[in-house]
Structures are given as structure tokens and as C-alpha cells.
Design a protein around this ligand. Structure first.
Ligand code: PHE
Length: 336
């Protein structure tokens, strides 16, 4: 059977013939399959030997048949190429479109990479947040004027759409305790009327580091490292006092304008500096809400406007483009 089968396969001239042979030899009612049916009439020793041989033959024939298929398909292509038939190799292939990442996503991933490299973990919090985490636990009691700084969307059940990513601070402290190094990127909402630089929906990235002896020097170092990685150059920064109830002292961190090098231009409104991110040392009351021993631990926190950073990095002048879902705009940021 073996020699006859191999001979027949070799003689086949097209793939239809090979397929026919495959069925005849190895198919359900094929010659080899039929032979295996005799197995049940044999004694154990015979059965073993015969079975092994039959299986080896089956593998061998399968390989030969596959080889023949390949050989024939190469021949087929060569033939249709040389016969001048309508196989035109100069026609362009079917083009399929690659998707692209949203610019905010690109910047978020980049920052996540930088911080996880420094041993930070990425945490998350709910977009529909409790009043406690969004305000109370951040040292902003009811009727405190600081609540007016953030126009809140209240929900009917008494919770709210988080106005910043800072509620993730106390959530993370309560869940993991100290020492703690986390970032929390996420969507935030404020009841604002929309224009080129305001949207009711935007992204922030919260960062926090709590340990023994954490100081403002650590804050400055980490911020400088972050910004020089994001902008791929050495950056100059400065701190000004800034007020946020959940940090003390609190700062506004300014970035030296990279367009004019600090001399003054329209981008930095001729001041030489761009107000970039609020930050500060975590207020002891906030640490206490998080269940952290304020005798032993201190920490810094910052709130980076991801949406704004993406606009700066990519020179997008109208924030509304980012939420528009306009693919013509988004496709320009395809990952290469
Ligand atoms: N949550 C503040 C805001 O949205 C920013 C901030 C975060 C300030 C952390 C200080 C520390 O305005």
C-alpha cells in the first residue's frame, strides 16, 4: 500500500487530484482507515505492531500529501503569472485602517510608564463619588468657601460626579496604609460653561507619596523628573504659594515657557512662566482621615491636568476638539 500510495501522490498534477487521493487513502472510508478496522480481530501483540506501523504510515502519507499541496500551489501561482492571465501583481493590496489612541490616552500612558518606573502603583476611584471623599475627607467641610471653587454636578441620591481626582488620595490611604506611592488618572466633571479652554468633562492625574521624612525637596525632584520626561528636555520650574485645603503648604508649580525660554511670548502671556500643576504637602487632617499616623509619616500630593498637558504637548488650542469624537482630529495622533 505504501509504495503504491506514494507513487500515486507523486504523479498527481493538480491539487484536486491530491485531495481526491487524500480522501481515498486517509479519509473516513479510506484504504488505511479500512485496514485499521481489522485490528479488532488480532491478538494483542499483533495489534500493537500493526497499529504502530499503520500510524507511522499515516503520518508519512500526511506529510507527503501536504508537501505535494505546497509544491502544486507554487506551481499554480507561477503558471498564472507567466500565462498572462488576469493576475495583476502591481495592483495595490486591500488597505485596512489602523485605529489611533486619543491624545489624552497617549499622555496618560506615558506618565503611567514614568511613575511605575519609580515604584508608584496605579489606583482608581469611582466617577460618581461620595461627598465625603470629594470634600469632607479633603479638609473641605460643608459651607467652606473652597467648595465654591468647584462647581459640582450633584446626583439625586446625594452623591456627586467627582470634581477632581483628589478623592483617590484618602481612598488609597484607607485601603493600603503607609508607606504609599500612587497615581490615579481619571475623568472629572465640573459644571462649567464650555469654551476653548473649559470643558465640563476633563482628565486629571493625581499623585501622592507618603513615607517617613518625605519633604518638599522630594516633591520638587519628582515633578522635575516627570516634566523633563514628558517634554523630553531639561525643564525649569518654580513654586509659588497656592491654596488648597487638603495641602499645607500648598503650591502652584510653574513651568518655564519653552517657546520663548522665559523671555515672554503670547503662549505664556508674556510672563515667561506657565502655570502647570497644583501640589503641596498632604494636610495632617487628610492623613488622619486616611488612617495614617501623622507623627510618623508625611507626604506630598499633586494634581496634574492631563487634558491640559495633552493640549500643550500636541499644540491643540481648543479643548472641545478632544471630546468631539471627531476622527479627523484624533487620527493625527496615530501611534507610529
Ligand atoms: N484637586 C486639585 C484641583 O483639582 C488639585 C490638587 C491636587 C492640588 C493635589 C493640590 C494637591 O484643583
Amino acid at each position: 500500500l505504501r509504495d503504491a500510495a506514494i507513487g500515486r501522490i507523486k504523479e498527481a498534477v493538480n491539487s484536486a487530484e491530491v485531495e481526491e487521493l487524500r480522501v481515498k487513502l486517509l479519509g473516513k472510508k479510506g484504504e488505511l482507515t479500512e485496514m485499521l478496522k481489522d485490528l479488532k480481530n488480532m491478538d494483542i501483540e499483533e495489534r500493537k505492531q500493526f497499529g504502530q506501523k499503520a500510524n507511522a504510515l499515516k503520518t508519512e502519507l500526511t506529510e507527503i500529501i501536504e508537501g505535494k499541496f505546497k509544491e502544486l500551489s507554487v506551481k499554480d501561482v507561477k503558471k498564472s503569472l507567466s500565462s498572462g492571465s488576469n493576475f495583476d501583481i502591481s495592483l495595490p493590496g486591500t488597505n485596512f485602517k489602523l485605529g489611533s489612541l486619543h491624545p489624552v490616552t497617549i499622555v496618560q500612558k506615558e506618565i503611567e510608564r514614568i511613575f511605575t518606573g519609580m515604584g508608584f502603583n496605579i489606583v482608581d476611584g469611582p466617577e460618581a463619588e461620595e461627598e465625603f471623599f470629594n470634600f469632607e475627607a479633603l479638609n473641605i467641610p460643608k459651607h467652606h468657601p473652597a467648595r465654591d471653587m468647584q462647581d459640582t454636578y450633584w446626583l439625586e441620591n446625594g452623591s456627586l460626579l467627582r470634581t477632581h481626582t483628589s478623592p483617590c488620595q484618602v481612598r488609597a490611604m484607607q485601603k493600603y496604609g503607609a508607606p504609599l506611592k500612587v497615581i490615579a488618572p481619571g475623568r472629572c466633571f465640573r459644571n462649567e460653561s464650555t469654551d476653548a479652554s473649559h470643558e465640563n468633562t476633563f482628565f486629571q492625574l493625581e499623585g501622592m507619596m507618603i513615607d517617613k521624612n518625605v519633604s518638599i525637596a522630594n516633591l520638587i525632584y519628582v515633578m522635575k523628573l516627570l516634566l523633563s520626561e514628558v517634554f523630553q528636555r531639561d525643564v525649569k520650574i518654580r513654586l509659588r504659594p497656592g491654596f488648597f485645603p487638603f495641602v499645607e503648604p500648598g503650591f502652584e508649580l510653574d513651568l518655564n515657557c519653552m517657546i520663548c525660554g522665559g523671555k515672554g511670548c503670547p503662549t505664556c502671556k508674556h510672563s515667561g512662566w506657565i502655570e502647570l500643576l497644583p501640589c503641596g504637602m498632604v494636610h495632617p487632617n487628610v492623613l488622619r482621615y486616611g488612617g495614617i499616623d501623622t507623627e510618623e509619616y508625611t507626604g506630598f500630593a499633586f494634581g496634574l491636568g492631563l487634558t491640559r498637558l495633552a493640549m500643550m504637548k500636541y499644540g491643540i488650542s481648543d479643548i472641545r476638539v478632544l471630546n468631539s469624537g471627531d476622527l479627523r482630529a484624533m487620527e493625527q495622533f496615530s501611534v507610529r
